[in-house]
Design a protein around this ligand. Structure first.
Ligand code: C5P
Length: 202
């Protein structure tokens, strides 16, 4: 039987991760942060491996091993993510996850447009580049990453441009996605809105 799927897309640090995790907990759905797949491939590329080979041999265990949420790995991830063969190697895993009985939340860039075009709910979560960079800066600084605000803003803008302009599965809202701009919303307010949208389709 086909599971119930919530697709959450949007640019870096818009609040997708926080919202996805909380939505999954609220409804008892499983959650997959699909950025981790590209980050794991990016990490393998940084270790000298060819990205397509890395994507084809990726294991679920790797996603939980070590810290994939560094600025260096984020950049590598957005580079491997433009390669069509890397993207296609990761499709089956994502679709199988989406079909889980009991419901699933997947967050990424192309979930509503490519991976799960038939998702019951699609959200596109955005915020201004400045707000997103500040959030990401605080996150990285709290972990002890040695980064500056200016550098984080430049990185966020560079990554957005690469994600939005690539020819395979560019980041964009699905035509049937509900837009959620979190620039002026608290985490609680953004989450309440996401839950409200999902409840309308349950
Ligand atoms: O979401 P996160 O910042 O972890 O994603 C890292 C990179 O992986 C993104 O900048 C994007 O290039 C790529 N990605 C993607 N498609 C997804 C998820 C992530 O291309 N569904």
């Amino acid at each position: 039987e086909q599971g119930y799927t919530v697709a959450i897309d949007g640019p870096a640090a818009a609040g997708k991760g926080t919202i996805s995790k909380a939505v999954a907990a609220h409804f008892g759905f499983a959650h997959l942060d699909t950025g981790l797949l590209y980050r794991a491939v990016g990490r393998r590329m940084l270790q000298g491996e060819e990205p397509v080979t890395a994507a084809q041999s990726l294991t679920a265990e790797e996603l939980g091993q070590g810290d994939l949420r560094t600025a260096e790995i984020a950049k590598a991830a957005s580079k491997v993510a433009v390669i069509p063969e890397v993207r296609s190697a990761l499709v089956d895993f994502q679709r199988a996850f989406a079909r889980r009985v009991g419901g699933a939340v997947l967050d990424g860039r192309d979930i509503g447009t490519v991976i799960c075009r038939n998702a019951e709910v699609k959200l596109f979560v955005t915020a201004s580049a400045e707000v997103r960079a500040e959030r990401r800066y605080l996150e990285l600084a709290a972990k002890g990453d040695d980064v500056s605000r200016e550098q984080v803003l430049a990185d966020v803008k560079e990554r957005d441009a690469r994600d939005a302009e690539r020819s395979t599965a560019p980041m964009k809202p699905a035509v049937d996605a509900v837009l959620l701009d979190t620039s002026d919303l608290s985490v609680d307010a953004a989450l309440a809105r996401a839950i409200e949208v999902i409840e309308m389709t349950l």
